[in-house]
Design a binder for this molecule. Structure first.
Ligand code: PEP
Ligand code: MN
Length: 334
């Protein structure tokens, strides 16, 4: 971090600032020019409040030269992280397809979809039990019953289960869940992230609808700061002015994140596009772009799905997609 001081500052003020910085454990590299003084901070600046320093009378500007995320940063952890998801692994060459319905609706539905996606090569089963819906009148999920049905599907197929949490108080219900999803709408629910940081559960953290990749990484940092390094990032599309697609799937997020972080990155082309006909091509593109996995919505009867039927694949369409992924995986840019 570099602090540029205003011209004509008095020595006392500079001394106060440097004493304070040294008192906070930083090494200082001070360079005095003809008009300006520049202070270089040496040490872990991830905890420094940049705005506070910038607001000081004698400070002209403050510039970070290192990213504000530390645990998630590839600079301090060169190798890809491999994250455990029940009996599956993701990252570092372990590619996973997570598939299943948007919401768990009933026993027959979740078991039949679980069996079908497993037969096509999915390594994990998804299904929402607590659903974050825009309308309070829309189907909100089966809650505890939904989690029980997911456990039954896990028993029946051996697939690890992935499902969304909406509040920390529900954590005791998630004991049998292998991967806890934090949805786009909760990406910056910092109290929830802190609670999840206290667990050692694997967390699938989805990018918020209008969040930058740095904000996504800072949210991962919240979880990791608590000691939980089992984090998977998910690109699921962001809000733009485009209306033909539900969101704009930012596939450049994959190589950007892979450069910045060692955490596995998965792509959700279902929410990223909102249309079943776009899911296969975007899934293949995400795979070639270097994603560590995909999360795909699959429903036994999409026209009658209680949530997100329009973007859900039939088991047959999913089978086609899974074959396409196997074909392009050798061409993935890593
Ligand atoms: C979901 O995965 O069903 C979901 C609600 O996703 P998102 O949080 O990305 O909208
Ligand atoms: Mn959905």
């Amino acid at each position: 971090m570099i602090i540029l001081l205003k011209d004509k500052v008095n020595e006392n003020q500079v001394k106060n600032l440097t004493n304070w910085l040294e008192g906070n454990g930083f090494g200082l590299h001070i360079s005095k020019g003809q008009n300006h003084t520049i202070i270089g901070l040496i040490g872990d600046t991830s905890r420094v409040d940049m705005d506070l320093i910038a607001s000081l009378d004698i400070v002209e500007t403050v510039k970070r030269i290192q990213e504000p995320f530390k645990s998630a940063n590839r600079k301090f952890h060169e190798d890809d992280s491999i994250v455990d998801c029940g009996n599956a692994k993701i990252g570092g060459g372990h590619f996973q397809i997570i598939a299943g319905p948007c919401s768990v609706e009933n026993r027959e539905q979740i078991i039949s979809v679980a069996q079908a996606v497993k037969a096509s090569g999915a390594g994990m089963l998804r299904g929402g039990a607590f659903k974050p819906r825009t309308s309070p009148y829309a189907f909100q999920g089966l809650h505890e019953k939904g989690l029980e049905l997911l456990s039954e599907a896990k028993k029946a197929t051996g697939l690890p289960i992935v499902t969304e949490i909406m509040e920390a108080a529900h954590l005791p219900l998630f004991e049998d869940v292998d991967v806890i999803q934090v949805g786009a709408r909760n990406m910056q629910n910092f109290e929830l992230l802190k609670e999840l940081g206290q667990t050692r559960k694997t967390i699938l953290l989805k990018r918020g609808l209008a969040n930058t990749l740095e904000e996504l990484l800072m949210s991962a940092e919240y979880i990791m700061a608590g000691g939980n390094n089992n984090v998977i990032l998910c690109e699921r599309g962001i809000r733009t002015f485009e209306t033909y697609t539900r969101n704009t799937l930012d596939l450049s997020a994959v190589p950007v994140l892979r450069r910045l972080t060692h955490l596995p990155v998965v792509v959700d082309p279902s929410h990223g596009t909102g249309h079943a006909y776009l899911v296969k091509s975007m899934a293949m593109a995400a795979t070639v772009a270097g994603a560590d996995g995909l999360i795909i919505e699959v429903h036994n009867d999409p026209p009658h799905a209680l949530c997100d039927g329009k973007q859900s694949l039939t088991p047959e369409q999913f089978d086609e997609l899974a074959k396409g992924i196997q074909n392009v995986l050798p061409f993935a840019v890593r």
